[in-house]
Design a protein around this ligand. Structure first.
Ligand code: PMT
Length: 355
């Protein structure tokens, strides 16, 4: 009978779950990318994006998934590139990607942008052109895409399962530690909190496709270790770390964001409520401990003021207006533009103030 713990520490997790087969190759490419940009003095941001799956079988047919399309991550990656960062974009396979996201197959199919022009002479091959009213937007996206490729400032990595994600995150963050304060982490992926250890699948769940003949299916999942703690303390001490907190109950947003900052000790939590996430987010961070002016005694009032949770955290709400019915294909203001601008400002100040 399987007897692994139901709450894994990060070490137990990595000692028992297998890495993805491409890990070594991915790490070598990331190392080369980081070294090149470090030499050129560029800051590097790791953007994680999209949802992780949890397979239910070793030979996987079924899996648990979540809603994330990777919009936040793909959009933010573009704005980081515009701001001069080199971007490691670690995303769920087939989720949205920078640039191509503008022409997603479902909301803005790229075939609708193309016209077939009549051939100049009978028998000649017809030419393809871009529909005139789409040209300006396409030119803007294409110019940026080509520029990023020419400068080599975007490196893409893919994951599918929560195991892939955790192994990759650990390996990439260790590589990024050489950048010290010039490394930023933007953890927008929606990471599963529960998983099925492979030993559990092999011993009493299923190696092969689960059969329906036995009636209802009961699955007990184990907790995924909270990896922000080792990320902050061990894998990449010195980096500027931004995590996201997603809630559906808006009353939990601030308490949970504060709790994450207390627990993990990183720089910023960006809280977002599921249905308002495209036009409203809140930045939560810890205020520096108030230094008492010289000669002032640590009075009871001063100490209680300093330890009152409502005085220890700063909250900054960011909101944008978005049109209710935007015309398809027309570029509209995106909240990620302002999120990234605010983070770039904070990261720059933090580098200046702490080096
Ligand atoms: O992709 P979109 O449709 O645009 O949606 C964007 C988003 C809503 C998914 C995004 O803005 C967001 O909120 N992402 C984080 C969602 C989440 O998983 O929250 P969490 O409370 O479970 O995790 C908090 C943080 O810890 C996250 O930064 C997560 O990447 C990280 N985490 C969580 C668990 C775990 N084991 N490892 C982690 O790294």
């Amino acid at each position: 009978m399987y007897t692994e713990p139901t709450t894994f520490s990060a070490e137990q997790y990595f000692a028992t779950q297998l890495p993805p087969p491409t890990l070594q190759h991915d790490v070598e490419c990331v190392r080369e990318f980081i070294a090149r940009h470090q030499k050129e003095g560029r800051a590097v941001v790791l953007v994680t994006s999209g949802g992780t799956t949890v397979p239910l079988e070793l030979n996987v047919v079924r899996f648990l998934d979540n809603f994330s399309a990777g919009t936040r991550g793909a959009t933010s990656a573009e704005y980081f590139l515009k701001a001069g960062y080199a971007v490691i974009f670690m995303h769920r396979q087939f989720s949205l990607q920078p640039f191509s996201r503008h022409y997603s197959h479902s909301t803005n199919p790229f075939l609708d942008f193309l016209d077939i022009d009549s051939p100049e002479s009978p028998g000649a091959t017809p030419r393809i052109s871009v529909t005139p009213n789409k040209r300006e937007d396409l030119l803007q996206v294409l110019t940026m895409y080509k520029d990023v490729h020419a400068r080599g400032t975007l490196h893409t990595l893919t994951f599918v399962t929560v195991d892939d994600y955790l192994w990759l995150l650990r390996a990439v963050s260790k590589e990024m530690s050489v950048l010290k304060r010039k490394a930023m982490f933007y953890l927008a992926a929606a990471v599963s909190d529960f998983f099925l250890p492979r030993q559990k699948m092999a011993s009493y769940l299923s190696e092969h496709k689960i059969q329906s003949g036995k009636g209802s299916l009961h699955i007990e999942m184990d907790q995924v270790p909270k990896i922000l703690k080792p990320l902050v303390d061990e894998w990449t001490p010195g980096g500027f770390i931004v995590s996201f907190k997603l809630e559906t109950d808006e009353n939990l947003l601030l308490p949970k964001a504060r709790q994450a900052l207390e627990r993990y000790g990183h720089q910023v939590v960006i809280g977002n409520e599921l249905h308002r996430r495209k036009f409203e987010v809140v930045f939560v961070s810890k205020k520096p401990s108030p230094a008492l002016p010289p000669g002032i005694k640590q009075t009871k009032e001063a100490i209680s003021h300093a330890t009152d949770p409502s005085n220890s955290f700063s909250e900054y709400w960011l909101r944008i207006d978005i049109p209710e019915h935007p015309a398809p294909g027309v570029l509209v203001k995106e909240i990620e533009e302002d999120i990234v601008a605010e983070l770039v400002k904070r990261h720059t100040e933090w580098v200046e103030n702490t080096s």
